[in-house]
Design a protein around this ligand. Structure first.
Ligand code: CU
Length: 157
């Protein structure tokens, strides 16, 4: 039984390696050297007061790391990116988006922070944001406004 399990594991490892190699050879050399970003799970909990938070995931399927360097939005002239350490938030200059990895902005962790918001978006509305990266082109998207307690479906806790 043990031996059989080992064989199966080896077969899977071979298969996975084969797939990875195929993936590389089908993309041209230029694509391989660029970050390939995709944004998902974006939302804003309905804000209370004059600040709002934004959460999303940026997946990078490219072989090169990138950085989220800033966020802009019509909702605020001062949109910051914050990390949370020891339950205190701190402004940062950028967030790393590792090669073949992801950047997760989620409740209790790193987030986008909209200071002195110009209006109070309500649940069901959308807030336009533009994400700026060190290497990739800016990405414009809309954050759906959710109830205050909303968390991403893929939250692991
Ligand atoms: Cu914050």
């Amino acid at each position: 039984m043990n031996r059989r399990t080992t064989l199966v594991t080896a077969a899977i490892a071979t298969l996975t390696t084969g797939l990875a190699l195929t993936g590389c050879s089908t993309s041209d050399s230029d694509a391989k050297s660029k970050p390939e970003l995709k944004v998902s799970d974006a939302f804003m909990p309905q804000p209370v007061g004059d600040m709002a938070g934004g959460f999303l995931t940026v997946k990078n399927s490219g072989g090169t790391a990138d950085k989220l360097t800033s966020v802009t939005s019509p909702l605020s002239d001062d949109v910051q990116i914050h990390e949370t350490k020891d339950q205190k938030m701190r402004r940062v200059e950028s967030f790393d988006i590792p090669a073949n990895g992801e950047l997760k902005l989620e409740r209790g962790g790193s987030h986008i922070m909209f200071m002195k918001i110009k209006e109070q978006p309500k649940k069901g509305q959308k807030v336009t944001v533009e994400l700026h990266f060190e290497k990739s082109d800016p990405v414009k998207l809309e954050l759906p406004v959710m109830e205050q307690t909303h968390t991403s479906k893929q939250h692991q806790h």
